[in-house]
Write a protein that binds this ligand. Structure first.
Ligand SMILES: Nc1nc2c(ncn2[C@@H]2O[C@H](COP(=O)(O)OP(=O)(O)OP(=O)(O)O)[C@@H](O)[C@H]2O)c(=O)[nH]1
Ligand SMILES: [Mg+2]
Length: 330
């Protein structure tokens, strides 16, 4: 997308998206992901044009350690949902450079059924950038998908780093996947992530793993008891299932719908989304204000020497800030 976009083009994109045209949707996402200033403006106009058409999907975040089975779960769950007549969009937030070239392909092969499903739309994570930037683009992509009629959005994120918080901040239901028998394993279980979870699901409860999965689930249940729940209207359940056989996947989804019903009734779903929207406004503003610090070569070079002076104690931090803000104002 090298050319600039007219307002008529934006209107055409908006129309195509509302009509559910996948090719237009893909093109619009490419526009959203563009770093060019004029594209950013067109993208903002597009988001505004579609603002009334968004918000209708069940938004689910899926996290868990590498290899826990996130993609397989999304494939199995997504396929179940399209069979029920749902339209499913699958997105990812992976700010590491892990997911380049080959592994996008790998992702699609791990979601082999969905990748060939006319009622599913899979879009890999935006290319690596700052987490804030990657996550903001993913969120906008989610909104475009909603405008295109996708009524379930599944967002996969790697089980490390801040990406989980970003995904929890753009979804309604945050699903934490765990492995069986990692018994001694409240292992790698980061308290912050557990506190965000609306449900813990122990995957790979198949074959020899069934008993171990149940033991792990009991341990997580006990662990959750000592945490303050994220919501007054919901106690996160702990379930076991197998993404491979599909056993327990329907029950898992039933919990997600139950959560939705309870939070909607309590008004919490609406307030959660309202808070999220405002949070994203601030996050994107911060992203925008900081962009020149990262992209402007002269400023970047100056920053390095200013930082060195501050470290050496020859420049007061307050004076350094003045200097930097002065450069931004130019
Ligand atoms: N036995 C068993 N294996 C599973 C199950 N779900 C996933 N796997 C296997 O676990 C491996 C990792 O699965 P993925 O779905 O790619 O896991 P992921 O969490 O998306 O991995 P990353 O995206 O690399 O973090 C694959 O070999 C899957 O076949 C399951 O329910 N049972
Ligand atoms: Mg994966």
């Amino acid at each position: 997308m090298a050319s600039s976009i007219s307002s008529a083009d934006v209107a055409r994109l908006a129309r195509g998206i509302r009509a559910g045209d996948r090719a237009v949707l893909s093109r619009a996402i490419t526009l959203i992901e563009s770093k060019r200033a004029d594209h950013r403006r067109s993208a903002a106009a597009l988001m505004q044009a579609l603002v009334g058409a968004t918000g209708k999907a069940v938004r689910v975040g899926v996290t868990g350690a590498p290899g826990v089975g996130k993609s397989t779960t999304i494939d199995t769950l997504g396929t179940m949902l399209t069979k029920q007549g749902r339209k499913v969009a699958v997105l990812a937030v992976d700010p590491s450079s892990r997911r380049t070239g080959g592994s996008i392909l790998a992702d699609k092969t791990r979601m082999a059924r969905l990748a060939n499903d006319a009622n599913a739309f899979i879009r890999p994570s935006p290319a690596s950038g700052t987490l804030g930037g990657v996550a903001a683009r993913t969120r906008e992509t989610m909104l475009l998908c909603e405008a295109a009629g996708y009524d379930v959005v599944l967002v996969e994120t790697i089980g490390v780093g801040q990406s989980e918080i970003a995904v929890a901040d753009m979804t309604d239901f945050f699903l934490l996947l765990m492995l069986p028998g990692a018994g001694d394993e409240l292992q790698g279980l980061k308290k912050g992530v557990v506190e965000l979870a609306d449900m813990i699901a122990v995957n790979k409860a198949d074959g020899d793993n069934v008993a171990r999965a149940k033991v792990a689930a009991a341990e997580y249940r006990a662990a959750l008891h000592i945490l303050t729940p994220r919501s007054a209207n919901w106690s996160p359940p702990v379930v076991t299932y197998s993404a491979l056989t599909g056993e327990g996947v329907a029950a898992l989804w039933a919990h997600a719908l139950d959560h939705r019903e309870k939070l909607t009734a309590a008004g919490e779903l609406a307030s959660r989304r309202a808070e999220q929207q405002v949070k994203w406004m601030w996050a994107m503003l911060e992203e925008r204000l900081f962009a020149p610090l990262r992209s402007d070569r002269a400023i970047k070079a100056a920053l390095a020497s200013i930082e060195a002076e501050v470290a050496a104690g020859t420049l007061a931090p307050a004076a350094a800030v003045d200097k930097i803000v002065g450069m931004l104002g130019r």
